[in-house]
Design a protein around this ligand. Structure first.
Ligand SMILES: Nc1ncnc2c1ncn2[C@@H]1O[C@H](COP(=O)(O)OP(=O)(O)O)[C@@H](O)[C@H]1O
Ligand SMILES: [Mg+2]
Length: 228
């Protein structure tokens, strides 16, 4: 079943946040999910050590020598396998990308330009070449966007991505307190207390839209329907 890898050579782009939001949303929809946490800070391993009732597995500390085997093993058992990568190019990153059905490239919609996403795309193209030109699907995902308005910088980023012909997800991951609170509380966004977290239901809706768009892209790969 599909392997979804989040990659962007820049740290702080929102890889771990995007991975956890998608993994928990699919798990709460009834999907079977594994996250392989290859971020050196292990944010999702840390999250899993909390009291969340959400049912999905997290694999800690994959090694360069074992990452491909671990991905394949999980892929044979689960509907969705996520790999949350580190923010630098490495052999582990390359190997994980070779196994991906879809690479998500989160890009912060503030103060950066499309060149950063292009570097991540270059990395994917190098792996495609190494694989004898098997094509690896990818999408840029804008993160930390303002939920109320499309800012000037966001419009500029969107137009430079479009000019570079990079495919972009329709749904952006908005800047939301809930996406920080889930790490602090070690709970799913469905488990957070609405009286403590501003805009919680909007954050949940945003996550569902993102998961729906992901399912749409992965449709040919996803044999079993996830019960909504
Ligand atoms: N959509 C979002 N809303 C609010 N905060 C976010 C969002 N995405 C990322 N952040 C914050 O930005 C920082 C970097 O995000 P992270 O997911 O750890 O990036 P990466 O894994 O690419 O290094 C973290 O402090 C995280 O809480
Ligand atoms: Mg990370």
């Amino acid at each position: 079943m599909p392997v979804i890898v989040t990659a962007n050579p820049k740290g702080g782009a929102g890889k771990s946040t995007l991975t956890l939001v998608l993994a928990q949303t699919l798990a709460s929809m009834g999907g079977s999910v594994t996250v392989i946490d290859a971020d050196p800070n292990r944010p999702i391993v840390d999250w899993r050590s909390g009291s969340s009732k959400l049912d999905f597995d997290v694999i800690d500390d994959p090694k360069e020598s074992s990452i491909i085997r671990q991905i394949r093993e999980e892929q044979s058992k689960k509907q969705f396998v996520f790999v949350d990568l580190e923010g630098t190019a490495s052999r582990l990153v390359s190997r994980a990308i070779t196994q991906a059905d879809l690479v998500l490239i989160p890009l912060q919609a503030s103060g950066v330009d499309a060149r950063q996403a292009s570097r991540a795309v270059d990395l994917i193209h190098e792996e495609e070449e190494a694989l004898g030109n098997r094509s690896i699907q990818f999408r840029v995902v804008l993160t930390r966007t303002n939920p109320a308005i499309k800012t000037r910088i966001e419009r500029e980023i969107l137009s430079s991505l479009t000019a570079a012909e990079l495919p972009i997800l329709r749904t952006a991951l908005h800047e939301r307190q809930a996406y920080k609170a889930m790490f602090v509380r070690r709970l799913g966004i469905q488990e957070l207390d609405p009286s403590e977290v501003n805009g919680l239901s909007e954050a949940q809706k945003n996550a569902e839209m993102l998961a729906d768009e992901l399912l749409e892209i992965l449709k040919p790969e996803t044999e079993t329907e996830v019960a909504a």
